[in-house]
Design a protein around this ligand. Structure first.
Ligand SMILES: [Zn+2]
Length: 312
């Protein structure tokens, strides 16, 4: 890295460079500084480039986003994302589209600010950031989950449920953390808002094994095991699933059975596969809004209870 910086600095010392070449070397030097973690120096170079070179303006501002992301300077990142969106509308249609959409990035930067506000128990500021985050995509999962949490903080479970209904309708895959949020929203609700009633509606929209098993557990708690098994058996006809079949077999085992098959069936019904990044393949047991492997935003998705190829 030192060598790369030295080479680019030596290039700058040559007097015969054209303005375009000079800007190009500045850009390379800024990239070196980012790679070396010298963010202040990178930021200054990139800001100058953005002002001086119409051709490299969008590229320089995309790199500025990297600088702000690395330093978690979210308000600066929002301003730069807004500049890029404006640029894409006026002069450079590509300004919004190098790498991830800048609209999506802006949304996550605002969600980061909102989460800081939530941590400080400032639900009112969080709410403003989240609403702003929904400007370009009203279905955004992170912002909707955040608004549901902010509503819960303010004691309004009914409003929280409204945000959750948007998530349900958006078609995003149901995950354990979404079910955790839903159970908190429904904790003190009855009728249409009761946990089992919402789970039923959710399952009708998205017949996933995770939802079937969670709803069955609720049915068992409310009624009995037979009601839960009856529901699971009905679901298998239209939505075959190894996890659901395993739950039924497990239910049929005598209580005293502690043979190896019990352990295997239990594993098949549990959330063992975790999450994986669509972009780089990183895997983990929890959702990250930004992939620790490739730094992409919202590219990590839930894999389900059992390997996909085990579904019949
Ligand atoms: Zn990744």
């Amino acid at each position: 890295m030192d060598r790369a910086i030295r080479i680019h600095q030596n290039l700058l010392a040559r007097s015969h460079l054209t303005v375009v070449q000079l800007h190009q070397v500045h850009l390379e030097l800024a990239r070196d500084f980012i790679a070396a973690g010298l963010y202040d120096r990178a930021e200054q170079l990139l800001r100058d480039l953005s002002d001086e070179s119409p051709d490299l303006n969008a590229t320089a501002q995309r790199h500025l986003l990297e600088v702000f992301e690395a330093q978690r300077e979210w308000s600066e990142a929002v301003v730069t994302a807004e500049n890029l969106i404006a640029l894409s509308l006026s002069e450079d249609p590509l300004a919004a589209g190098h790498g991830q959409s800048v609209h999506q990035l802006r949304c996550h930067y605002l969600c980061e600010q909102a989460e800081t506000a939530i941590t400080a128990q400032d639900s009112s500021s969080a709410r403003q950031y989240y609403h702003d985050a929904l400007r370009d995509n009203g279905n955004d999962l992170r912002a909707r989950m955040g608004l549901a949490n902010a509503s819960l903080l303010e004691g309004s479970s009914k409003e929280a449920l409204g945000h959750f209904e948007v998530i349900m309708a958006s078609g995003r895959t149901c995950t354990p953390e979404l079910l955790d949020l839903l159970s908190r929203i429904c904790a003190d609700q009855a009728g249409e808002g009761a946990y089992s009633a919402v789970l039923q509606r959710y399952y009708e929209q998205q017949p996933a094994p995770l939802l079937a098993l969670t709803l069955a557990a609720e049915l068992e708690a409310e009624k009995d095991r037979a009601a839960a098994d009856h529901f699971l058996r009905l679901t298998l006809a239209d939505n075959p699933s190894v996890a659901v079949a395993a739950a039924l077999l497990l239910s049929g085992l005598p209580e005293e059975n502690d043979q190896p098959e019990r352990r295997i069936l239990e594993q098949l019904t549990q959330n063992k596969q975790g999450y994986a990044c669509d972009h780089c393949g990183f895997t983990g047991q929890s959702r990250h809004w930004r992939c620790p492997g490739c730094r992409h935003w919202d590219s990590i998705h839930y894999l389900g209870a059992v390997p996909q190829d085990a579904h019949v």
